[in-house]
Design a protein around this ligand. Structure first.
Ligand SMILES: *Cc1c(COP(=O)(O)O)cnc(C)c1O
Length: 364
């Protein structure tokens, strides 16, 4: 028998969440963001459920090839554009759309021999200070692109740094509207947090870019959870108990003896560790379900195992089902965001870190 850990990708939930994005921005076209191997879900596993999108957005050229290999003939946008001049050959061959965020990328386009003009998304740095032209250089970049025979349609985009929180997007939206004023072309501004929290046409623009919401994690957790946004978990990580230990007061658990029993208790040992992608720095008490019953982890997470408190589940024993996140038995559920919070991180990081050694399959 293989080690009992496995991950499930819930196709119906992916399609459901995509529909939520569509409903929140009904007048925009919708990129499903599938970078990082569809946020750890697997592009091939997620594809069928997401092909209701109008386009796919990602940043790895090999991933763009995989999307085309699945038969997708619609838009595919490279969110960071090309990384070197010869990438433009692949862009031409696969008919990709690409972001242009710096002068060098325009130089490469100007030197590129292509028969068919390419569609580009000119990116404004509206305040995040990651990629994009500063406002003062934006119009000149647009004029240069517009004059190139290698370039067809020029669209305009920016990315928000605080769509999920209190600072909000007003200052970046104003910077974008100012820089883009009177320029023709389609607009793309909104990520998941902006799609859900800032529902006005100026923010939705012509194309929204839905990432994390599609994968059943709330972009603004803990202010709101997936229930609030009507989203469903798309990834379940589950395993089983492979051992049980009775503890006496003073007994310790795991490496570093970081947990000491203060009373008699039973713990279960789960076939899941940090080599599976479960975060090592989760403290004791990180939420977990055993046979669908909520309990917490105990002691340090090791490479292949972690321990859980069986106090709330006295009937549990070897073979009992353990839900690390996602859908549990009998309709129970543990949001990935709850586990991420305990680990001091966000749902994005946990799903992207699912290890290749975990057998993964999609289910309806
Ligand atoms: C990753 C990414 C997105 C999607 O962000 P989510 O928060 O996952 O919705 C949108 N736009 C760009 C440029 C990105 O890199």
């Amino acid at each position: 028998m293989p080690r009992p850990i496995e991950a499930l990708i819930h196709r119906h939930a992916l399609a459901h969440n995509l529909a939520r994005a569509r409903a929140a921005a009904p007048d925009a076209r919708l990129f499903a963001v599938v970078k990082a191997n569809a946020y750890g879900h697997g592009i091939e596993r997620a594809y069928e459920a997401l092909r209701g999108a109008d386009g796919f957005a990602l940043l790895d050229l090999a991933e763009a090839e995989r999307v085309r290999a699945l038969g997708w003939r619609g838009p595919v946008l490279l969110l960071e554009g090309v990384f070197e001049p010869r990438d433009l050959e692949l862009v031409s061959r696969l008919e990709l759309w690409h972001v242009v965020h710096c002068r060098e990328q325009i130089d490469w386009l100007a030197a590129h021999k292509t028969e068919r003009p390419q569609r580009v998304f000119l990116k404004l740095n509206s305040g995040m200070n990651r990629l994009g032209f500063p406002p003062a250089a934006f119009r000149a970049a647009w004029a240069r692109l517009d004059a190139l025979p290698q370039v067809g349609e020029v669209s305009l985009m920016t990315h928000f740094s605080d769509a999920d929180g209190a600072p909000g997007i007003a200052h970046q939206l104003a910077a974008f509207e100012d820089a883009a004023r009177d320029l023709p072309g389609e607009r793309s501004l909104a990520n998941s947090a902006a799609i859900l929290r800032h529902r006005v046409p100026a923010v939705a623009g012509d194309w929204v870019r839905a990432g994390i919401l599609v994968y059943g994690s709330a972009p603004d957790f803990p202010a709101h959870d997936i229930g609030h946004w009507g989203l469903q978990p798309t990834m379940t990580l589950r395993s089983r108990l492979i051992g049980v230990q009775p503890l006496e007061p003073g007994d310790t658990v795991g490496y570093g003896s970081s947990f000491t029993a203060s009373a008699r208790m039973r713990i279960g040992v789960v076939a899941c560790g940090y080599a599976d992608g479960y975060p090592r720095h989760c403290p004791s008490g990180t939420p977990v379900l055993v046979d669908g019953v909520a309990t917490g982890t105990v002691g340090r997470v090791s490479m292949d195992m972690l321990a859980v408190d069986l106090g709330p589940v006295p009937t549990a024993g070897p073979g009992s089902e353990v839900t690390l996140w996602g859908e549990g038995p009998h309709g129970t559920r543990l949001a990935i965001d709850e586990v991420a919070r305990a680990a001091g991180t966000i749902g994005y990081e946990l799903m992207c870190a699912l290890a290749a050694r975990v057998p993964t399959r999609s289910v309806d």
